[in-house]
Write a protein that binds this ligand. Structure first.
Ligand SMILES: Cc1ncc(COP(=O)(O)O)c(C=O)c1O
Length: 387
């Protein structure tokens, strides 16, 4: 019998609908930002509800940069970020000449700790960036209350949270200032590369729209459009080139239609993992604890208990030998040379984040996995941990 094929850690779920929509964009002659992007933005805002506006960009990193710029982050400011995140969350702070202030996370959820936020606030704090790790919302009521108390903004890094409910409301419609989603290839819905900035603050939306495309002011343009020739435009700021193409938006339009179904599939798979791995020396992922909250299941992160008798690194090698791709989320910021050395970060100041990293393995969970694929993952984990 031949060896089973390698099961990758993640795969996008692209169907004929996405392909046909992309072909439609290509045949239309409009391939950059245009009607498909406009439709994707409208569909996305309608999906979230709650009177938000949505602006499509070419990555979540670009969106986070735009969001921080729009709320006025600049040199000398501090922005509080969790240490347990991808480097993008912190790097955008530096793009603006401000300093990311890394704080520790909750030991069970790996989400930013409100107590750690409180302890890190200084007169220089301009914003807090909660990251909803793996697709489980942070303690947003507490975080927003701390922010309001100190007059600082909240920019949610919702790269993992499509769709995540927090106390009955979708992430994207909470009372923060801006929320940014990612449509990177491995996310719960993808446009290849892409992101969405969401807010109900008209000033933030207006600024992000201008800065997304070279600082060209559409307002000025629209106001005079009837009197001015089509070639006229005004540049009001040194902006960026962060717009989404209609080719990417075409994929997004169709992915969004499937997101509820994708989420049901992910939830069922997470429940199966929970059931069939429960007796092993593993700490399974944290669950939503509040009524009306859920988990997007972008990731299924487990931790090996000491009695598992195998290191995280060896476990991943063994899984790979069995033809199964795993990953680690995340190598925390305080362990990355740029942040560790640049800000003198020490492991002992991030005990929860550091302990999480040492034991964490992310198992493959995505909608293109078959029942048999998941059976194989479960069998491999059981075999390695029973040895
Ligand atoms: C927590 C977090 N924030 C931001 C990003 C950046 O997303 P993008 O690749 O769309 O720029 C990622 C990407 O994986 C992420 O995991």
């Amino acid at each position: 019998m031949s060896e089973p094929k390698f099961l990758p850690f993640a795969l996008p779920d692209i169907g004929e609908e996405e392909i046909n929509e992309v072909v439609d964009a290509l045949r239309s002659g409009w391939v950059t930002t245009g009607p498909k992007t406009k439709q994707f933005e409208a569909d996305f805002a309608a999906f979230l509800g709650g009177d938000v506006e949505a602006i499509a960009v070419n990555s979540a990193t670009a969106g986070l940069h735009l969001a921080l710029e729009a709320i006025g982050v600049g040199p000398g400011d501090e922005v509080i970020v969790p240490s347990y995140t991808f480097t993008a969350t912190a790097e955008v702070v530096r793009y603006l000449g401000a300093d990311p202030v890394c704080v520790d996370v909750d030991a069970a959820t790996f989400n930013i700790s409100p107590a750690a936020i409180r302890a890190a606030i200084t007169p220089k704090t301009r914003a807090i960036m909660p990251v909803h790790f793996a697709g489980l919302a942070c303690e947003m009521d507490e975080i927003i209350a701390i922010a309001r108390e100190h007059g600082v903004k909240v920019v949610e890094d919702a790269a993992h949270s499509m769709p995540t409910y927090y106390k009955g409301k979708l992430v994207g419609t909470l009372d923060s200032d801006v929320t940014v989603f990612s449509f990177y290839a491995n996310k719960t819905m993808t446009t290849g590369e892409g992101g969405m900035v969401v807010s109900r603050d008209k000033d933030i939306i207006a600024r992000c729209k201008i800065m997304r495309l070279h600082g060209i002011s559409r307002d000025a343009f629209d106001r005079y459009v009837s009197k001015t020739p089509a070639w006229f435009y005004e540049v009001v700021a040194p902006g960026f080139k962060y717009n989404m193409s209609d080719i990417a938006a075409a994929i997004g339009i169709q992915q969004l239609k499937k997101i509820r179904h994708f989420h049901e599939q992910r939830e069922a798979m997470a429940e199966r993992f929970d059931r069939e791995l429960a007796d092993l020396p593993l700490i399974l992922p944290a669950r939503a604890k509040d009524a009306g909250s859920n988990h997007a299941w972008h990731l299924y992160p487990v931790r090996l208990k000491p009695e598992a008798g195998i290191s995280r690194d060896d476990f991943i090698v063994r899984m790979s030998e069995k033809g199964i791709g795993c990953s680690v989320h995340f190598i925390p910021l305080h362990r990355q040379p740029v942040w560790r050395d640049g800000y003198g970060l020490k492991r002992e100041d991030f005990p929860a984040s550091d302990a999480a990293f040492e034991a964490e393995v992310t198992l493959p969970l995505y909608t293109r996995m078959t029942e048999a694929d998941q059976t194989r993952v479960i069998a491999a984990v059981r075999e390695i941990l029973s040895a």
